[in-house]
Design a protein around this ligand. Structure first.
Ligand SMILES: *[C@@H]1O[C@H](CO)[C@@H](O)[C@H](O)[C@H]1NC(C)=O
Ligand SMILES: *[C@@H]1O[C@H](CO)[C@@H](O)[C@H](O)[C@H]1NC(C)=O
Length: 367
């Protein structure tokens, strides 16, 4: 008996020792990367050590980058054959800074809603559902203040759900099928008490960057498991939904105009000024998972994937032009759920694949 215990103990120690060494190697590699990032001459953003990645290899942040590889080519083809309308800049004067949440203050509740895609590669659905909610509110001058459902977008517009999508499909879905209302997981977020139809069904998670005061468990930890199979496309509203949002067939917002894609920095700015935030995608490099604050620009070369987000405004800091971007990694990440990224130089492709609806052409209950 004593002998057996001893053997197990020895084996356990050997095993633990090997793992610890591996973790220390990963941590050392990450610390080195963070120091290297922060030491890049002229760097405009801050990298930080994140408890979520303790013992994890550099580049562990792959799973949330749910924009499919073919998304860019598909959108280009749709732009070329006129299915998506290419938006060119006009003579509208563009200010040096603009924040949708402040400018469209009647829709601040909707625009300021920072969502959480859980441990699911559903960024493409969140970017579209959030930008569409903003545009619906702005077009109705604040009459319709709802969150449109990322749940329905992610699991009905595209069969791959958490495994990824592109930036055209969700807009095409909203245009042709309409989209029900739906807020954050289990009545959390600004619309928690409103009884919207189809809330996001996967739990909040801590994503990347330092843990700080984020109360949620990290991806792949208990409480935030990786999603092995996407939930089914909902066909009725949640049991907790309330009138007027509780009828899945009637609680539906769609637009009758085109799907648009601006062709320049200025055209992106002008559509945001007129109609509100837009969806966009960018390439995530190995350094991005360590973002804490500042104006992001690429400092490393390893590609982790494509990530979809929502551009809400822009500004200039110490002479550097940036986009203000709402992420879907909950409000405890980055700059209160937002990050800023260099503007005007197509940083990480952020100005390439911008999508939205053409404007104030919304249909649905109350319009
Ligand atoms: C435009 O291109 C897309 C993607 O290649 C294709 O699916 C669609 O049928 C085309 N539409 C027209 C009107 O040519
Ligand atoms: C929008 O709403 C505001 C405040 O409710 C109101 O003062 C304004 O006249 C409205 N604008 C339009 C174009 O209806």
């Amino acid at each position: 008996m004593a002998h057996t215990t001893c053997v197990f103990l020895v084996l356990g120690l050997v095993c633990a020792h090997g793992l610890t060494e591996l973790h220390e190697l990963h941590n050392a590699a990450r610390s080195k990367l963070i120091d290297e990032i922060n030491a890049v001459p002229g760097i405009l953003w801050k990298a930080g050590r994140n408890p979520r990645f303790e013992g994890h290899p550099v580049g562990a942040a792959k799973t949330l980058c749910g924009v499919k590889k073919e998304s860019h080519e598909k959108l280009q083809a749709l732009r070329n054959n006129g299915t998506v309308q290419v938006l060119k800049a006009d003579s509208t004067v563009v200010p040096s800074s603009f924040d949708s949440e402040k400018h469209f203050s009647m829709c601040a509740k909707v625009i300021g809603d920072i969502r959480d895609q859980s441990n699911c590669g559903c960024c493409w659905a969140f970017g579209a559902a959030s930008a569409a909610s903003d545009r619906l509110c702005i077009a109705t001058n604040g009459t319709i203040q709802v969150a449109l459902s990322a749940q329905e977008t992610c699991f009905c517009a595209e069969s791959d759900g958490c495994d990824g999508g592109d930036l055209y499909t969700p807009w095409e879905y909203i245009q042709s099928s309409g989209l029900a209302t739906g807020g954050q997981y289990q009545n959390s977020g600004p619309f928690g008490k409103d009884g919207l139809c189809s809330d996001f069904s996967l739990p909040h998670c801590h994503h990347h960057g330092p843990q700080g005061n984020d109360p949620y468990p990290a991806e792949n930890q208990p409480g935030c498991p990786s999603v092995s199979r996407s939930p089914k496309c909902p066909t009725k509203c949640d049991a907790e939904s309330k009138a007027p949002y509780s009828n899945f067939k009637r609680d539906r917002y769609s637009f009758s105009g085109n799907i648009i894609s601006p062709d320049s920095e200025r055209a992106i700015q002008q559509t945001i000024m007129k109609y509100g935030p837009v969806e966009a995608a960018f390439t995530v490099y190995g350094d991005f998972e360590n973002y804490v604050s500042g104006v992001y620009h690429q400092t490393s070369s390893e590609v982790l994937g494509g990530h979809a987000i929502r551009i809400v405004g822009w500004g200039v800091e110490s002479g550097t032009k940036y986009w203000k971007v709402a992420n879907s990694w909950n409000p405890y990440w980055g700059e209160d759920g937002y990050f800023r990224i260099k503007r005007g130089t197509n940083e990480c492709g952020i100005e390439d694949d911008v999508t939205a609806n053409s404007g104030a052409d919304w249909n649905g209950p109350g319009i």
